[in-house]
Design a protein around this ligand. Structure first.
Ligand SMILES: Cc1cc2nc3c(=O)[nH]c(=O)nc-3n(C[C@H](O)[C@H](O)[C@H](O)COP(=O)(O)OP(=O)(O)OC[C@H]3O[C@@H](n4cnc5c(N)ncnc54)[C@H](O)[C@@H]3O)c2cc1C
Length: 576
């Protein structure tokens, strides 16, 4: 997928729709990054992705990773591309200059990773967790650990892993059994087995920094007894730590990324953050990772869309309605245009939401106004699970719809679109499954404050006043949230049944806001001699016609289930 092909679109969204440079330049540490510098960075990033990473996509899938006596060999070309990547300063783009980073806005890093995922998801898994690991070490590690590891991870000279999952502990990390026993010298002995660890072992870098969830002796059971340990593959004296890769998984897609079973056999590690507060430290990493996983959904969908769109512009079959030629381009068949425009509506709207979220990350970190920081934190907390779930869902289902455009040629390997569909599937599962994201949104975030935070977010969405229909949908969502909160007091299962419908409804209202922003920017341009490109018209219509009506479906399901809850226990509900 040429990254360059979406550069103009992305610049329109950043500069004209979100006014991103003005937003980040209002923050002191980012004040020197103007729109021209951002353009240069994105230009170079697109070049790197297109020339160094994209060409390895097919090899990564077909050759895959190879396991040999504890060693993992990545596909040909992967190591060279990774070395060029970190030496070119790409992992350090949004890290602080004092840590060896370039101090650029988070949103530029987001665009880079979206492109990388679209070009080669398997390869991108390797650096995908770096920024989260950097934030985790920066905010929670001791000064001694930072001195040794922070810059290496910021620059990407050493890659990092996130070691959470165990055979019996997936979504439920409270079941983790790996142990860390403190030693008199301040280190810890780590013992246990982890599964599904992306990049647990490889030949891309000389060292690997594992961030491992484990229990201290006497720690309470459950998630409140988890601590975080940093366990390097190579120790400071150059010896190999007792961290062993036992095997790598055979899997549906992502063949370029080794998914490892890791054994920690009295491995030397060090506590990161406070005892029993490991999950809190890990969540710094997971939140950053969740936005990036949402961006994987967009990147993969864009890659599939580009292939489908190019194919539809060449393939001729049957006469399209109203056509005069006996055989038409398949692009002229409304069914095919509908698929393409609908997926574009998700990509464009999803980008606005993801980039706006990345801007909020910087505002939450750097703004000098407490109110602004609080609003940005609210946005990130509420919208990150929505992006992760809705965009990865669309990444997979939308890529499958794009495959349909190629007919049987999409199903065979030649065109490379079946690889995208296979690769995209996992994003709905890892970094917290999409079911867990929906519960996180509704139960832990929205209902936890009786829906106040979400109502505030919806009534303070930036930009011009919404249309009456958009305003009605926002009000409907607030009203549903309020009645859901009441019904949940008597039917405690209810939120868990409807969390997915709720997340979809929130996603659609946010996408409607995003398309409203795109529309406003286009109108603004239309008044000027250089009109905004026409290419936004069809997806805007597709959003209104084929995507947004799902809101009524979801609202209907939610209202029906809430009404049922009131019917089952009318007395308790009425008195609540
Ligand atoms: C390719 C790949 C790479 C991965 N990389 C990493 C990595 O680098 N580091 C790491 O630590 N892990 C990694 N994982 C693991 C991944 O995060 C887990 O697979 C995921 O968290 C789900 O855990 P599980 O597979 O045990 O499924 P389970 O937790 O057993 O879930 C099974 C099903 O039950 C549902 N479910 C579970 N609990 C609930 C609930 N409370 N409410 C509703 N539904 C629920 C889930 O949504 C899912 O549909 C990776 C996995 C894969 C496949």
């Amino acid at each position: 997928m040429p990254a360059r092909q979406s550069l103009a679109d992305i610049q329109f969204l950043l500069n004209d729709v979100l006014h991103a440079p003005a937003q980040w330049q209002a923050l002191a540490p980012l004040a020197d990054t103007d729109a021209d510098l951002a353009t240069q960075v994105l230009d170079e990033a697109a070049k790197f992705v297109d020339t160094a990473v994209a060409p390895l996509q097919r090899t990564g899938d077909e050759v895959g990773c190879r396991f040999d006596a504890g060693q993992v060999h990545t596909p040909p070309g992967f190591r060279e591309a990774y070395q060029a990547f970190w030496q070119g300063g790409w992992p350090a783009l949004a890290c602080a200059p004092e840590d060896g980073g370039q101090g650029l806005p988070a949103v530029l890093e987001c665009v880079l990773y979206e492109w990388l995922a679209g070009a080669n998801h398997g390869w991108t898994m390797a650096p995908g967790l770096l920024h989260g690991a950097y934030e985790c070490i920066k905010h929670h590690a001791s000064d001694a650990l930072k001195a040794q590891y922070l810059e290496k991870v910021a620059t990407g000279e050493w890659l990092a892993t996130m070691c959470l999952t165990e055979a019996h502990a997936g979504s439920d990390l409270g079941l983790v059994r790996t142990r860390g026993v403190p030693q008199p010298d301040g280190s810890a002995r780590v013992n246990g087995s982890k599964i599904f660890i992306s990049g647990g072992e490889h030949d891309l870098t000389d060292n690997i920094v594992h961030l491992v969830l484990a229990r201290l002796p006497e720690a309470p059971a459950g998630p409140k007894g988890l601590s975080l340990f940093l366990v390097p593959k190579m120790l400071q004296d150059g010896t190999r730590n007792a961290v062993v890769c036992e095997r790598i998984e055979e899997k549906m897609g992502l063949h370029g990324s080794p998914t490892c079973v890791m054994r920690f056999d009295d491995a030397t590690g060090w506590l990161v953050g406070e005892p029993n507060k490991g999950l809190a430290a890990m969540f710094v990493m997971m939140n950053a990772a969740r936005l990036h996983v949402g961006l994987q959904g967009i990147g993969l969908l864009e890659a599939a869309w580009q292939k489908a769109s190019a194919y539809a512009a060449e393939r001729r079959q049957m006469r399209a309605p109203g056509a005069t030629e006996p055989v038409s381009l398949i692009h002229d068949h409304p069914a095919i245009r509908r698929i393409l425009h609908t997926q574009r509506a998700w990509i464009d709207g999803g980008r606005v939401l993801a980039y706006h979220t990345a801007l909020q990350l910087d505002i939450a970190k750097h703004s000098t106004h407490a109110g602004e920081r609080a609003a940005a934190q609210r946005w990130c907390a509420l919208v990150t699970p929505v992006l992760k779930a809705a965009l990865t869902d669309q990444g997979f289902h939308g890529a499958s719809a794009c495959l349909q455009v190629l007919g049987g040629h999409g199903y065979v390997s030649e065109w490379g679109i079946e690889q995208i569909v296979r690769d995209a599937r996992v994003a709905m599962i890892y970094e917290g499954t999409n079911e867990i994201q929906a519960i996180d949104l509704l139960v832990r975030k929205v209902l936890a404050d009786g829906g106040q935070g979400l109502a505030t977010l919806l009534t303070t969405l930036p930009g011009a006043a919404p249309s009456p229909a958009a305003s009605a949908r926002r009000h409907a969502l607030v009203e549903i949230t309020q009645t859901l909160a009441i019904a949940a007091q008597t039917d405690s299962e209810l939120p868990y049944w409807v969390a997915d419908d709720y997340l979809r409804a929130v996603a659609l209202v946010l996408l409607e806001w995003a398309w409203g922003q795109i529309g406003a920017a286009r109108q603004h341009h239309a008044a000027e001699p250089t009109a905004a490109p026409d290419r936004w018209t069809a997806p805007a219509q597709a959003f209104a016609q084929w995507v947004l009506p799902e809101f009524d479906l979801r609202a209907g399901i939610l209202r029906q289930r809430i009404a049922q809850a009131f019917e089952v226990r009318p007395k308790e509900a009425a008195s609540a």
